[in-house]
Design a protein around this ligand. Structure first.
Ligand SMILES: Cc1cc2nc3c(=O)[nH]c(=O)nc-3n(C[C@H](O)[C@H](O)[C@H](O)COP(=O)(O)OP(=O)(O)OC[C@H]3O[C@@H](n4cnc5c(N)ncnc54)[C@H](O)[C@@H]3O)c2cc1C
Length: 358
């Protein structure tokens, strides 16, 4: 493609007039102009009584190299730079290890989308609520003075600025055209197409909410998952022997009881609804600074499936359990207690410590 800069046009003009101006400037025959795309459009306001649009255009032409050679002395004509976004990594595998994105503001949203497009199925944790719910809470503050501390202008899906008119310009240099990728994703999500080329783009008041929803749907369609009202309270880091550090996980403040957390985990791991949860075993594992609490519960209607955090799910009878393959000692010990207690029909609470094997 050829990039043509500084093409001035009157404020009122038709697409045909723009096309004619391009043909004239490039001295092209009509049949050689295959496609015309606006890259940037600003206003030339140097003469206030004679305002003009000033265009930068990308033009697909027949025999491009020939025309470029012919126009090589015209500094306003060059080859269009390659603006395609290139992923730093890509995977086709369904991996059980998933990247975690904290916060669903503009930064988290783009990180989540790029990771999902690259095949990594991100898990996005957001302390506030889903954007429609957040909108209600924000208006409750503005109109009635009722503040919801975790769901407001600042916190919730979409991040700060969700209730603005979405101005998109900045003064940053962008030699690798990353901004273009962001704008293209915004257009796919419902932003007006002109944000791709006007010099001071903005999305428009109240469009942002449906755009945020649309971007969430795109991430989910690619295997990403969300958890709202999940405030990250800590990032858990393991220190290695040689001074290296490795993030092991995050600690959440979910505002839920132990039983509610266990029921949620059961759904996420095994798409199983459970009821009548009874705390059954507690394991202190001081050498990894963790406490495990396992419950007995009733599986509602015997239904289960592969959840967002699992690759395979099955039910086992006692004699089918692959004891040597169980990864966690806490699970093995809990099952041993369960089968023993089931014989007596009495299920006391078991509290034990697990120490490293010497
Ligand atoms: C009223 C207003 C109008 C604005 N208008 C514009 C504008 O028109 N144009 C423009 O370019 N900029 C505008 N801004 C600024 C813009 O919104 C910010 O620059 C942008 O939101 C920053 O994005 P971010 O993702 O880095 O952070 P944020 O948008 O702050 O997003 C962070 C997200 O992380 C969540 N979070 C925070 N802590 C945790 C935690 N511990 N656990 C889980 N989740 C957490 C928050 O709930 C939030 O959703 C405006 C800001 C405001 C407040």
């Amino acid at each position: 493609m050829l990039r043509l800069t500084e093409l001035k046009m009157p404020l009122e003009h038709s697409p045909e007039e723009l096309r004619a101006a391009v043909l004239k400037r490039l001295e092209l025959p009509e049949t050689d102009l295959l496609q015309l795309q606006i890259f940037r459009r600003g206003v030339d306001a140097r003469k206030p009584d004679d305002l003009k649009w000033i265009y930068t255009l990308d033009v697909r032409v027949r025999q491009e190299q020939q025309h470029l050679r012919r126009l090589k002395k015209d500094r306003r004509v060059s080859q269009t730079p390659d603006m395609r976004y290139r992923f730093v990594a890509q995977t086709a595998e369904v991996r059980s290890e998933r990247p975690v994105v904290i916060g669903m503001g503009p930064a988290g949203m783009m990180a989540g989308l790029i990771l999902a497009q690259a095949g990594f199925r991100p898990l996005i944790l957001e302390r506030g609520k889903i954007v429609r719910e957040r909108t209600k809470d924000t208006f409750a503050l503005w109109r009635k003075g009722i503040l919801t501390p975790e769901s407001n202008v600042q916190f919730g899906e979409g991040g700060a600025g969700t209730f603005s008119d979405g101005k998109l310009y900045s003064r940053i240099q962008d030699p690798k055209h990353y901004g273009r990728k962001v704008l293209e994703e915004f257009v796919k999500a419902g932003a007006p197409e002109e944000i791709l080329y006007v010099s001071k783009p903005h999305i428009g008041t109240f469009r942002l909410v449906s755009m945020v929803e649309s971007m969430r749907a795109a991430i989910e369609a690619l295997g990403g998952t969300y958890r709202f009202q999940s405030k990250v309270a800590d990032i858990l880091v393991d220190a290695g022997a040689n001074g290296s550090r490795r993030v092991r996980g995050v600690a959440l403040e979910n505002g839920e009881t132990i039983a509610e957390g266990a029921a949620r985990e059961t759904w996420e791991e095994a798409e199983a609804n459970v009821r009548d949860l009874q705390l059954y075993t507690v394991y202190n594992i001081p050498y990894i600074s963790q406490v495990y609490m396992l419950h007995r519960a009733e599986l509602v209607e015997g239904r289960f499936g592969v959840g967002v955090e699992s690759l395979e799910c099955r039910l086992f009878s006692e004699d089918e359990i692959p004891w040597d393959e169980l990864a966690f000692p806490s699970v093995k010990k809990t099952l041993r207690h369960y089968f023993e207690d089931r014989r007596s029909g009495h299920f006391p609470l078991h509290v034990e410590d697990i120490r490293p094997r010497s």
